[in-house]
Design a protein around this ligand. Sequence first.
Ligand code: NAP
Length: 256
Amino acid sequence: MATTIALITGANKGIGFETARQLGARGVTVLAGARDAARGRQAEQALRDALAGQEGTEARYVPLDVTDAKSAQEAADWIDREYGRLDILVNNAAIAIGGGAPSQTDLDAMREAYETNVFGVIAVTNAMLPLLRRAPAARIVNVSSEVGSITATTDPASPLGQMPASLAYPSSKSALNMITAMYAKELRGTPVKVNAANPGYTATDLNRHSGFRSVAEGAEASVYLATLGPDGPSGLLWGHLWTADGPADAYGPLPW
Ligand SMILES: NC(=O)c1ccc[n+]([C@@H]2O[C@H](COP(=O)([O-])OP(=O)(O)OC[C@H]3O[C@@H](n4cnc5c(N)ncnc54)[C@H](OP(=O)(O)O)[C@@H]3O)[C@@H](O)[C@H]2O)c1
């Protein structure tokens, strides 16, 4: 059977690294995207160590700054030369800057957040799509967030409804949700499935480790959506369900 090839952006740490590790543990060849060469090589070695003994698995670092369209195209060209196709794309890289009240928004910080969290996803997806279309049943996972759910944010009964108002990061994830729905629409009728993952509030550098979930738990939604079978959904926001009184480990579709 042919090996499954997965590219994970921002895979040098946090949920991205763990997503690569979990996919690798399932026998997937993992291409770990990283914008910094030293951090990328370190992640490659850490993945190889973690996956040692796992038959058929390969872990390789790919230079990839998602804010640089040239870098995305070079990564696609390299994957084309090495593998000729791509089975799984996990658009995981993101930054959380530009917090604070909407009335105090720093537009430069907001633009920076959108460059990575929104435009970066489009640049990488469009560079990789020719390779994804060549795979028998490609999966695209956009790592989004429940904080991008307008329904949850405006529901006073939801823990998300209690969070302080801010613009850059939450609205970038709302945009990513619509982008996910639109790619799913374009690719309807093809074997490619496109979904958005909600890791849940996970302890990583992104939130100075204030999250209450482990990276192993945070990566679960991405891995689930990356390995959907032929009857799986496309065009969903899916992952951890954070409710005021529900179980701590519930998963499922989230409202947009
Ligand atoms: N943690 C949470 O509670 C939580 C909740 C919901 C959703 N998410 C989402 O989960 C994903 C992973 O976040 P995380 O919590 O694991 O954060 P993290 O630990 O800060 O990791 C973010 C990763 O993205 C990379 N990155 C940032 N800008 C990049 C760029 N321009 N090009 C390439 N890579 C870039 C970082 O690389 P460097 O090391 O070079 O900076 C790092 O590898 C994000 O999409 C985030 O929005 C996280």
